[in-house]
Design a protein around this ligand. Structure first.
Ligand code: AP5
Ligand code: MG
Length: 191
């Protein structure tokens, strides 16, 4: 099994690229954002509790997403590995993910970080707000808060992974296909 983190600020293209990469390399795509939105859509108690945090662009508690991910890892069979999208988002989540993987004879093999200019992030998210129905895309103040939360709480994971020699920056500017080509080339080096 080979496990990748796809990493980058809101709007950097993690979800878009993950779907394509998971198909190409037979990886299980796990997005905690998608899982949380599915809880909200299904009207569960958990979804109800998390929706106001998400609509402000704040992070939900670490234990909520860790539990979701653990359940998915254990129920997945027949894939070459995992592609984690939007998780981990704090150093504490990273440590928990490592523990979870180590206990199952796996590790984080590579962290692919999409580098995208701030103005391009905002442009993409505002464009998506039209069709996505995501409340966190509708308000430019919330978009800026999501980017600030990324810088304060999530970006420190890059240093953590750099020390472990698994940090791989990727240019996230350009067309979806160009970026897919760059990410695929990095993944092929390891698969
Ligand atoms: P999450 O769902 O993870 O959202 P996010 O990180 O804010 O990022 P996005 O999904 O908005 O962006 P993306 O990088 O996936 O880009 P995408 O491919 O969609 O999290 C949402 C919330 O859930 C969080 O704020 C938090 O509250 C909570 N949460 C989730 N995980 C958590 C965790 N682990 N811990 C705590 N809380 C958590 O692309 C964006 C748009 O750009 C799309 O419209 C796309 O079509 C377009 N696009 C993509 N690539 C290109 C390109 N090359 N050129 C032009 N347009 C492009
Ligand atoms: Mg996403």
């Amino acid at each position: 099994m080979i496990n990748f983190l796809i990493f980058g600020p809101p709007g950097s293209g993690k979800g878009t690229q993950s779907v394509k990469l998971a198909g190409k390399f037979n990886l299980r795509h796990l997005s905690t954002g998608d899982m949380l939105r599915a809880e909200i859509t299904a009207g569960t108690e958990l979804g109800g509790k998390m929706s106001s945090i998400m609509s402000k662009g704040e992070l939900v508690p670490d234990e909520v997403v860790i539990e979701m991910i653990a359940a998915k890892i254990d129920s997945t069979k027949g894939v070459a590995g995992f592609l984690f999208d939007g998780f981990p988002r704090t150093v504490a989540q990273t440590e928990e993910l490592e523990k979870m993987l180590n206990a199952r004879g796996m590790k984080i093999d590579s962290m692919l970080v999409l580098d995208v200019d701030h103005d391009e992030l905002v442009k993409r998210l505002i464009a998506r707000a039209e069709q996505s129905g995501r409340p966190d895309d509708k308000d430019p103040v919330v978009i800026e808060n999501r980017i600030d939360v990324y810088k304060a709480k999530t970006e420190p994971i890059i240093d953590y992974c750099r020390k472990q020699g698994i940090y791989q920056p990727v240019n996230g500017m350009g067309t979806i296909d160009e970026i897919f080509g760059r990410l695929s080339r990095e993944m092929k080096k390891l698969i």
